[in-house]
Design a protein around this ligand. Structure first.
Ligand SMILES: Cc1ncc(COP(=O)(O)O)c(C=O)c1O
Length: 375
């Protein structure tokens, strides 16, 4: 076994018999969001040639609803679900109905979550669209640009001493104490599962789009052979397993920062492993030390391998992507960095079927982007 790449000993091969998740309802909801449109699937011929791959694509989540990451796709469906739950009503099928439901919430209802950046910004954006108050818990020391972006949505930001996982605990504790708080977390723990599961269901739209775009680009429906997905708490990677591996046979590999590789360590150990902070990677969205409980069983059976990448490798990946016209932050480039490590360490079969890398963000931190890519 390599120091950087862990094969998952519990992987049993894709569950070809698993029922395909029904994304029709979620896709119709997303389509009803004002200004919602699919992100591009961009082919990377030079990178593919350098890695000995036949075809390589990045699903470039550069912009969703005016925000520079994929996160709002999960947050929107989860906020919709959380509002329905609070009102004890059925889940609104379209965003206009969500807005109407939000108006009947008790005065002072406040959307809350912990974040290491993008999820909180997405929840704050939705709160603004729905006219709700919003409170976002962040690890102390978060980049000022990220805090400012959340505040620009009208949310109040609560800095919490310690890493992201402590911000998660504080947001949950405050929500237990204050009935006005409506917690929309993208990670889960025992007893808090419905909303994080809705976040994962929301992410299904990304992979549904990617499969359709691949079929259009290749004029065949063979699907992806390999997908490399950045992982923080593992929620979006679990969606990749459900939408690309189950019933389709794609190998899903996670990519995380060295030092915050909770998915990789948990898979290698066969049980949940916490990686203590501080987590100081430039891959800010991936600075998580604990795997989401709802993601874990799916990751355990369905992820083929997990890779840990260094900040320098993420920087190199950002520059490689920029050279192919893809402007991405460090977390978003982790998949390309992971793919390069797989190639270096001999885990990548040459040729083969199409490879997907999930590029989870555009330029979320313009200052950092300029200094890394422009120099
Ligand atoms: C840009 C970016 N990429 C990837 C991730 C990881 O997603 P997950 O926490 O679902 O593993 C995040 C999470 O915040 C993110 O912001």
């Amino acid at each position: 076994m390599s120091e950087r790449v862990s094969m998952n000993p519990a992987w049993t091969g894709p569950d070809l018999a698993a029922p395909k998740p029904d994304t029709g309802e979620v896709a119709a909801f997303h389509a009803s969001l004002p200004g919602f449109s699919p992100t591009p699937l961009v082919e990377l011929p030079r990178l593919a040639a350098g890695l000995g791959l036949r075809r390589l694509f990045v699903k470039h989540e550069r912009e969703r609803l005016g925000l520079p990451s994929f996160k709002v796709v999960g947050a929107a469906w989860a906020v919709n679900r959380a509002i329905a739950e609070r009102l004890d009503a059925s889940v609104p099928p379209r965003f206009a109905a969500t807005a109407e439901a939000a108006r009947s919430l008790p005065a002072g209802t406040t959307l809350t979550t912990a974040t290491d950046g993008n999820h909180g910004r997405a929840v704050a954006h939705l709160a603004r669209l729905l006219g709700l108050a919003c409170r976002i818990y962040v690890p102390e020391g978060m980049a000022p640009g990220r805090v400012a972006a959340i505040e620009a949505e009208g949310a109040s930001v609560v800095p919490v001493e310690g890493p992201y996982d402590d911000a998660v605990r504080r947001s949950a504790a405050d929500a237990r104490e204050d009935a006005r708080h409506l917690l929309v977390s993208d990670t889960s723990w025992p007893g808090y599962e419905t909303i994080p599961s809705a976040v994962v269901a929301g992410y299904g739209t990304i992979f549904r789009e990617a499969r359709a775009q691949l079929a259009e680009a290749t004029c065949e429906d063979a699907g992806f052979a390999l997908a490399v997905v950045p992982a923080g708490v593992g929620a979006v990677a679990s969606a990749a397993v459900r939408h690309l591996a189950d019933g389709h046979g794609c190998d899903v590999v996670t990519a995380e920062p060295l030092g915050a590789d909770c998915v990789r360590r948990s898979l290698a150990a066969g049980r949940l492993v916490t990686v203590p902070g501080p987590h100081e990677s430039i891959m800010a969205g991936l600075n998580c030390g604990e795997v989401s409980r709802v993601a874990w069983p799916v990751l355990r059976r369905g992820v083929r391998a997990a890779v840990a990448v260094s900040d320098d490798e993420a920087r190199t990946a950002m520059r490689r992507l920029a050279a192919e016209g893809v402007a991405s932050g460090a977390s978003g480039a982790a998949g390309i960095a992971g793919l390069a490590v797989l190639a270096q360490e001999g885990f990548l079969p040459a040729g083969g079927g199409p490879v997907l890398v999930l590029g989870t963000e555009g330029v979320t931190d313009p200052g950092a982007y300029r200094s890394i890519v422009v120099g």
